[in-house]
Design a protein around this ligand. Structure first.
Ligand code: COA
Length: 317
């Protein structure tokens, strides 16, 4: 049921935080070792620099600490931790490192839905609230630099490291989630994938083509379930993979770029972290007010897509 049922227990985001990888790597830095240029990367992707370095758990803890303190919560108040990542530090156990380091006393688990993972996790967190949890910490964290082939000019300029986090608290009434959509198309799984221990494999052109379509399809489903149109959106927070994908998706949805959150110029593609980082930057810039309709929409390897319409501050009816 992608539409929130009237009278069901909902949630509101009460804290947020984001952090980027430790070291700035500019396009000029990449051009030292790759047959590429700042001009090509900026024109084709919108990326000027990216930040790499740190562990997935370490970045996750930094973003989550900020989210917890903004929510005014001590770690013992959290009922569940969902860590969305496609680059865990360990085959298993990364969420539990984060749980230990933050001092949480609750269950913790990982979600891997590639770059759609944060929205998958946020929707699942609402499910936990509906089942009785009061507060869920949702983190998107990735260190894609560890699975990037730095000798491959087709992929190296794109990927980077970051984490973003939100605290979701239960509320009486329907809360903020007006509509959502989780999607995947396994028939396209050979277009974008990575083996365990391997690096990113990508058919860039075809991923680009499908990305625009599946983002739009997912966004339209979420808006339909929410009972709104693109005109009702105050802000769209898209996955940051390529500025041309964002522009094309916004154009087809009928959302002008002034209503889009864009960080890709300084973040690159940070997978699970991409949407919560862009959301946090938009909040810090004062671009979101209570009552605003916000669309989160992403796509990724698999291929997956996911979207959610939030009424910031919670719906009143
Ligand atoms: N620097 C300079 N030239 C490059 C280059 C680079 N970093 N990467 C590729 N090229 C070259 C290609 O070799 C090709 O040369 P040719 O015409 O002589 O064969 C030319 O540039 C065009 O390559 P193409 O792959 O057609 O470029 P593009 O406009 O499709 O852009 C991507 C490539 C990867 C930026 C783009 O396809 C894309 O963003 N795809 C989606 C990827 C994505 O979002 N992945 C993550 C999803 S979560």
């Amino acid at each position: 049921m992608p539409a929130t049922r009237p009278g069901s227990i909902g949630g509101v985001i009460s804290g947020w935080g984001a952090t980027l990888g430790e070291r700035v790597v500019t396009n000029h830095d990449l051009a030292q070792t790759l047959d590429t240029s700042d001009e090509w990367i900026v024109t084709r992707t919108g990326i000027s620099e990216r930040r790499i370095g740190g562990t997935t758990a370490g970045l996750a803890c930094r973003a989550a600490s900020d989210a917890l303190s903004l929510a005014g919560l001590t770690p013992d108040r959290i009922d569940a931790l969902i860590l969305s990542t496609t680059t865990p530090d360990r085959q298993w156990g990364t969420a539990q490192i984060v749980q230990r380091e933050l001092g949480l006393q609750c269950g913790s688990f990982e979600v891997n839905a590639a770059c759609s993972g944060f929205v998958y996790s946020l929707v699942n967190a609402h499910g936990l609230l509906a089942m009785g949890a009061d507060r869920v910490l949702v983190i998107g964290a990735d260190t894609l630099s560890r699975i990037t082939d730095w000798n491959d000019r087709a992929t190296a300029p794109l990927f980077a490291d970051a984490a973003g986090a939100v605290v979701l608290e239960s509320t009486d009434g329907p809360g903020q989630l007006l509509g959502w959509d989780l999607d995947s198309d396994g028939s396209a799984s050979e277009l974008l994938w990575a083996d365990v221990g391997g690096t990113v494999n990508m058919e860039g052109k075809e991923v680009f083509r499908r990305a625009v379509r599946i983002m739009m399809d997912s966004a339209e489903k979420s808006m339909r379930h929410a009972g709104i149109t693109a005109d009702d959106l105050a802000l769209i927070v898209p996955h940051q993979a390529n500025i041309r994908i964002i522009t094309a998706a916004c154009e087809r949805l009928g959302v002008d770029m002034e209503r889009a959150a864009v960080t890709i110029d300084h973040t690159g593609n940070t997978s699970s972290a991409s949407i919560p980082v862009a959301l946090t930057e938009a909040l810090e810039a004062g671009r979101i007010a209570d009552g605003d309709n916000i669309l989160l929409v992403g796509f990724g390897g698999g291929m997956t897509a996911a979207s959610a319409v939030l009424r910031w501050g919670g719906a009143t009816s």
